[in-house]
Design a protein around this ligand. Sequence first.
Ligand code: ATP
Ligand code: MG
Length: 155
Amino acid sequence: HDIDVPELLAVIAKEATALADEHKLSIQLNAEPGLIMRGDLMQMRSAFSNLIFNAVHYTPDGGQIDVLWQSTPTGAKFSVTDDGDGIAPKHLARLTERFYRVDKARSRKTGGSGLGLAIVKHALSHHDSSLDIESELTVGTTFSFVIPASLTFKK
Ligand code: ATP
Ligand code: MG
């Protein structure tokens, strides 16, 4: 597939809006128009969706979520940044393991299964990409990946 990522992100951001509004979270989408990637639509939709919905689920009420899709010298970069509680360094290495969740008590309320990031990792591995996580406690978290230039182009 040729995936119109800006269009896909607009759809996902819209899907996330109801839940975000409920929690007074603001989602800012900044995507470079016409920046397309070649790939598996179902897998990439689930990767984008898992990362955006995670930000909505785990950022405390009133927070800010920034979603970016822009060309870089090596391809196209996606990132989602939140200003939530952050993730302690000791958890980062295991975060993409299946069923791994950070804080059982806190996470249980949001009802996830701990599979989302494992799905993201799997989807990205099929697109010559990998997930990068930067996080600072009390400051927030950025999940990002770069789709290589060989799979991206401008419409
Ligand atoms: P699922 O996605 O299967 O519904 P889940 O969200 O718990 O369940 P993952 O998406 O794999 O599973 O995330 C694993 C854990 O990483 C989460 O339980 C949460 O503790 C932590 N996490 C993920 N994204 C964030 C974030 N943006 N800020 C803080 N913690 C996060
Ligand atoms: Mg999740």
